[in-house]
Design a protein around this ligand. Structure first.
Ligand SMILES: Nc1ncnc2c1ncn2[C@@H]1O[C@H](COP(=O)(O)OP(=O)(O)OP(=O)(O)O)[C@@H](O)[C@H]1O
Length: 242
């Protein structure tokens, strides 16, 4: 049996006024793959991820999670999907536990399942020390881990993570990377970044976006080999407008 496709972009376009932010983007990510979504600032990573999660409606095209159209059946798709937005909505007066309980009941987890999942994500995201502190008082690294805990709370098969390491210090980055590697053992993951060093340790495949178009889709080593290094590849792929 062939491996099922878990994340699918099918001719996605997104226009803001007269500006085309995402241009005919198509790719499919099979179950179990961890893919880095690479590109410079403003390339269209966040917009594509919002299209894939159903938060933004496409101008053309379709996005599917586990075969489910995210526009026509958003709730069913959301059950299979964990999304870490670039700047997650974290309520500063709530504690991590309060926030996670709130999201858990909003997602319809039973009390027993929620208890089990809370223990699991507090442990996985190393939140025990701050579980009862107001989120507004936490460091950026801890806040990011609260967002990550929120994304994986319902134990989804698919994760879409928008720049999970942005603004973190090197130790915090190492922690988040280790968590992504761990999650990648059992889940299908699309993780955006514009940090080159991030790609090889976590992902077996790179989707490179520039000016709203996919300009490379393949292994990180292949991208580096073709261009001398990942840094040279980044420069060459983004030197010209598409
Ligand atoms: N709501 C919007 N209205 C108008 N333009 C938008 C809107 N959202 C995004 N854009 C534009 O679309 C382009 C792609 O933005 P997007 O945030 O997807 O890029 P990105 O690759 O995620 O960038 P970064 O790495 O800086 O987060 C940018 O030029 C941005 O200004």
């Amino acid at each position: 049996m062939s491996t099922p496709v878990m994340i699918e972009a099918d001719g996605l376009c997104k226009q803001f006024g007269s500006f085309l932010a995402v241009r005919d983007v198509s790719f499919s990510i099979p179950k179990g793959q961890v893919v880095a979504f690479l590109g410079p600032n403003g390339a269209g990573k966040t917009t594509t991820m919002r299209l894939l999660t159903g938060f933004t409606a496409p101008t053309h095209g379709e996005a599917r999670i586990a075969g489910i159209d995210v526009q026509t059946d958003r709730l069913a798709a959301a059950e299979r999907l964990g999304y870490l937005p670039e700047n997650g909505p974290l309520y500063p007066d709530m504690t991590p536990l309060g926030l996670l309980r709130f999201f858990g009941s909003a997602r319809g987890l039973s009390a027993a399942r929620l208890r089990g999942r809370l223990d699991a994500v507090v442990d996985q995201c190393a939140l025990a020390a701050v579980a009862h502190k107001p989120i507004g008082k936490l460091s950026k690294g801890y806040r990011q881990r609260v967002s990550m805990a929120q994304a994986i709370l319902h134990d989804p098969e698919v994760l879409i993570l928008d720049e999970p390491t942005s603004g973190l210090d090197p130790n915090q980055i190492r922690g988040v990377r280790a968590l992504i590697r761990e999650l990648g053992k059992t889940k299908t993951v699309l993780v955006s970044t514009h940090i080159l060093q991030e790609v090889e340790p976590i992902a077996g495949r790179v989707l490179f976006i520039h000016d709203g178009k996919i300009v490379f889709d393949g292994a990180p080593a292949e991208l580096a080999k073709r261009n001398g290094s990942l840094e040279d590849a980044f420069y060459k792929l983004t030197a010209q407008p598409v």
